[in-house]
Design a binder for this molecule. Structure first.
Ligand code: AMP
Length: 221
């Protein structure tokens, strides 16, 4: 059944709520790509491109990259062939302007979002989860030294080395939480009014949160 449906999904939640982890699992189950704007910006940074240099100046401070840049990047990606059967957006939209722009793009294509999953987690727990997490330097898969340890210490499943993200320092995380509260949290009301919002308790194990996410998506997608 899942294979016949189109899913255009947004994942919302605090940094550290598990959007990246859950997005990658949903990608495997649903067979549609997860588009993470954070991953795209980090790839741009690693490639040394002009976009990467510009993005780093915001990301290092825990601030948001300007809407116009992000919207262009996302529009190009979700308009590509690999997203023709749907997509899962992780980390976008993060502002009201981005949400409006996404609706405008989809509307022009005669489409709408099917669901917005909100991974609900208390702020202190999100900050606790971020301290102790590691990212693969190649495929960007995330691990956590307690909750989701890598198969081999310091190495990703893909074999590449793990590292700590530049913006996962406590001071930067605190700033990201403040930015989330003021810029992204209002989107709950925006999507709530459209009746496509589904809140999921993000505190249980990865497996249980994944079950709830799939249940929510398959309920009436
Ligand atoms: P993430 O990996 O989603 O936690 O994103 C890491 C950082 O990338 C954020 O703190 C922002 O600086 C930047 N970023 C990612 N997605 C967006 C977005 N949709 N709008 C603006 N900045 C973003």
């Amino acid at each position: 059944m899942v294979g016949e449906r189109e899913f255009r999904v947004v994942l919302l939640g605090l940094p550290g709520a598990g959007k990246g982890t859950q997005g990658k699992l949903l990608q495997q189950t649903l067979g549609i790509p997860t588009i993470s704007t954070g991953d795209m910006l980090r790839e741009a940074m690693n490639s040394g491109s002009e976009l990467g240099r510009m993005a780093r100046s915001y990301m290092q401070k825990g601030e948001l990259v300007p809407d116009s840049v992000i919207v262009r990047m996302v529009e190009e990606t979700i308009g590509s062939e690999r997203c023709a059967k749907g997509f899962i957006l992780d980390g976008f939209p993060r502002t009201y302007e981005q949400a409006k722009a996404l609706d405008g793009v989809l509307e022009a294509w005669g489409k709408t979002l099917t669901k917005v999953l909100y991974f609900n987690l208390p702020e202190e727990e999100a900050v606790r989860r971020i301290s102790g997490r590691m990212a693969c330097k190649s495929c960007q898969r995330m691990y956590h030294n307690l909750f989701n340890p890598p198969p081999t210490s310091g190495r990703c499943e893909c074999g590449a080395e793990l590292g700590i993200r530049e913006d996962d320092k406590e001071e930067t995380v605190r700033k990201r939480v403040v930015v989330y509260r003021s810029q992204t949290l209002p989107l709950l009301e925006y999507y709530g009014q459209k009746e496509i919002l589904c809140a999921i308790d993000a505190s249980p194990t990865i497996e249980n949160v994944q079950k709830e996410a799939l249940k929510a998506l398959c309920a009436n997608a």
